[in-house]
Every structure is written in C-alpha cells, then in structure tokens.
Design a protein around this ligand. Structure first.
Ligand code: DHB
Ligand code: FE
Length: 278
C-alpha cells in the first residue's frame, strides 16, 4: 500500500527561485537562508519519496478571477512551468502521477470535498520554488508530483479548519492506494508577508515562530485562526499558511518535528521550513 510518511512546510517566495536560477545562493543576502535549507534537502535525498503532493496556490498564472476554484487537483502526466511574466523558469517539467491523482480525486469527492479536476495545469513559483528549495537543480525532479492548488487569493478563501480536514481526507485516500509508494506532502506559502497597501513589507516573526511551534504543540489553536487574524497578524498574504494545515491534517496527531529553519527577510516574507515525520 502507499504510505504517507512525512510533511514539509515551506515558503515559496519567487525571489528564492530566482536566486537558485541565477546562481546567487551564496551571496551575503541569500547564504543564511540557503544554509538553513541544506538539512531539509538532505532529508529529501535520504528519504527518497516516490511522490510529493504539493499543496500550493496559483498566483494568477494558470487561473484568473474569471474562474475561482477553491481546491484543484492536477491529474495530468506532466505539468509545465508557467510563464509568470519573465518567461517560464528554466526548471524541469513536473511529472505527475495520474493513477494516484485520480484515486485521490475520487476518494476526496466521494468524501464530499468538491475538487476541481485539472487535466492541464501550468505550475508557477508556488509549486516550483518548493521543489528548488528541497531538491536543488537536478536534470529531472527526483519524484513525481501531484499539484493541489488552493484559492488563497480571492475572498472567500477556505477556513484553516476546512484545509486541515481536507488533509485528513487526503491521508485516507493515500492509505487506500494499492501500490507500494512513499508519499510526502508539502504545504507551501507564507509565512507572514504583505505585498501591497499601506502595510506592504509587514513581517511578523513572533506570529511565524508560534505557528511553527504549534504545528506540533497546539494544532487546535492554528485551526481557529480566522481570516481577520491572518490579515492583522501576518499581512494580506500570510493567509497562504492555511495550506500548511492541509499538510498537517494529512499527518498523524503525534507527528514529530525533525527539522525547522526560519529566516527574515527573504524578499518580503518571513521564510520558514519545517519537516514533520508521521
Ligand atoms: C513573495 C512571496 C510570495 O509567497 C509570493 O507568492 C510572491 C512574492 C515575496 O515575499 O516577495
Ligand atoms: Fe505566494
């Protein structure tokens, strides 16, 4: 059977991808962040996941306000890097796992989560930057990927609690897939950041570190953070953190933290990474 063995939470700041792509990871600005990523990358290399479910949000690359889906699952055999305005990143195409993706889609929909199914889905920095952070610059990504996109851009976004319950349903789906696969799940985005308006540049390390602590110490507190609290405490884009709760919901109650790193600033964000083993 497939096993969901671990979760990774990580920011997906586009400038981090640009630092990798342009060979700037060892500059004074970026080195402390990339040094902090090293143990997580080593963990991925050693643990050899077959498939990663990457929970991310599209930033008006594949979707626009013409069509707003709350939860989207990508079932294609391949996903191309999206053109985000500067041409697509020169990273490998992302290979999907259609059989597992369709199995998860079926299981989630029969469990009453109304997924949108994507047969074509160009993937932007929300998905490719976490791959760069945890896999470096390989010729081909070392695992297959099932993209799971969440609307965190346009109100009304789903609640954190709904996201957590979706994670639980994903776990049930993976556990019932009849093939021996090592599956990990990524929750991406955040941490605190605000890209526009009067409070542009807002970062809240205290909020971010408490969020990292409570992924193991007090998950119920995180499930009760509402949209207004995210806005107030973590800026207008901090709500991306609800995607980490999908990752957390897919893991058992007593998941164990094996690594974390937090660094400010990375572009406009508090940049965190955490590895949790089931
Ligand atoms: C930044 C962070 C994001 O998550 C994003 O999607 C875009 C920009 C930033 O910090 O610059
Ligand atoms: Fe983002």
């Amino acid at each position: 059977m497939a096993r969901l063995t671990a979760g990774i939470g990580t920011s997906h700041v586009p400038a981090i991808g640009a630092a990798v792509d342009h060979g700037n990871t060892q500059t004074d600005y970026w080195k402390p962040l990339f040094d902090g990523y090293e143990p997580a990358r080593k963990w991925v290399t050693e643990n050899k996941p077959d498939v990663a479910i990457i929970v991310y949000n599209d930033h008006a690359s594949a979707f626009s306000l013409e069509l707003i889906s709350t939860f989207v699952i990508g079932v294609a055999p391949k996903f191309k890097p999206a053109d985000e305005g500067y041409g697509p990143r020169k990273v490998p195409d992302v290979e999907g796992h259609p059989e597992l993706a369709w199995h998860i889609a079926q299981s989630l929909i029969l469990d009453e989560f109304d997924m949108t199914i994507a047969n074509e889905l160009p993937v932007d920095h929300g998905l490719t930057v976490p791959l760069s952070i945890t896999c470096g610059q390989p010729e081909a990504w070392p695992m297959k990927v099932i993209p799971l996109a969440v609307n965190v851009v346009q109100y009304p976004q789903p609640t954190g609690n709904r996201c957590y319950n979706l994670g639980k349903a994903i776990r049930k789906a993976v556990d019932s897939f009849d093939e021996d696969l090592n599956v990990v799940i990524y929750g991406t985005g955040g941490m605190s950041h605000q890209l526009q308006g009067e409070r542009a540049g807002l970062v809240n390390p205290e909020f971010d570190n408490a969020f990292l602590d409570d992924l193991t110490a007090n998950v119920p507190r995180l499930l009760n953070i509402g949209h207004t609290e995210y806005l107030r405490e973590s800026g207008s884009e901090g709500i991306e953190l609800i995607m980490w709760l999908i990752m957390r919901g897919a893991l058992g109650d007593d998941a164990k933290e094996v690594y974390r790193h937090y660094h400010v600033p990375a572009s406009n964000s508090g940049a965190g990474i955490i590895v949790l083993e089931d």
